[in-house]
Design a protein around this ligand. Structure first.
Ligand code: GDP
Length: 180
């Protein structure tokens, strides 16, 4: 069976946010149930897949990782092209990654699709003792910007599944309505 016939829907989603907030590890956790302690070996866009069953439909989420491009301020518009969802990630232990959310949101809204589903993710919740951003602050930004919000730990596998599934379910709802 051809690749595209194996599922009922195929969506592209991207991860975005400052370097080292845990984007790659969130993807590895969600798509392969792995966590990597090493840093990324290569620079360049990579993606992974995960199939999700919604009712009797099989949804294939194609999840793109910046794979370090953000370090060089060189995320191209093609990264965002066709993406229906985004996890916008910051690190709860580094306030600068939270302050930079504004910039990432502007970029997402500039390059992203008009109905882009964005879930705000405060990662590294296992490091609560080093916290620089409270959960309430994350929630406030999410409410102000009309986003879903979740704190996750890729290391301890806390709420990672929930964050991706929130995004995938919302994309599915929007897309399936559009096809009716
Ligand atoms: P990226 O640059 O945003 O893709 O970040 P990475 O996934 O490469 O992670 C950057 C660093 O943060 C690595 O050293 C990871 O081991 C670490 N890291 C990622 N997620 C977590 C987490 O949930 N908790 C903790 N404690 N460390 C994490």
């Amino acid at each position: 069976m051809a690749f595209y016939e194996e599922c009922d829907y195929l969506f592209k989603a991207v991860l975005i946010g400052d370097s080292a907030v845990g984007k790659s590890n969130l993807i590895s956790r969600f798509c392969r149930d792995e966590f990597r302690l090493d840093s990324k070996p290569t620079i360049g866009v990579e993606f992974a897949y995960r199939n999700v069953k919604i009712g009797d439909k099989l949804v294939k989420a194609q999840i793109w990782d910046t794979a370090g491009q953000e370090r060089y301020k060189a995320i191209t518009s093609s990264y965002y092209r066709g993406a229906l969802g985004a996890l916008l990630v910051y690190d709860i232990t580094r306030r600068v990654t939270f302050s930079n959310l504004k910039k990432w949101l502007q970029e997402l809204r500039h390059f992203g699709e008009s109905e882009l589903v964005i879930v705000l993710v405060g990662n590294k919740s296992d490091l609560g003792h080093n916290r620089e951003v409270t959960e309430e602050e994350g929630q406030e930004v999410a409410e102000r910007e009309g986003l879903c919000f979740m704190e996750t730990s890729a290391l301890e596998n806390l709420k990672v599944e929930d964050a991706f599934l929130q995004m995938i379910m919302q994309i599915y709802e929007i897309s399936s309505k559009r096809l009716l």
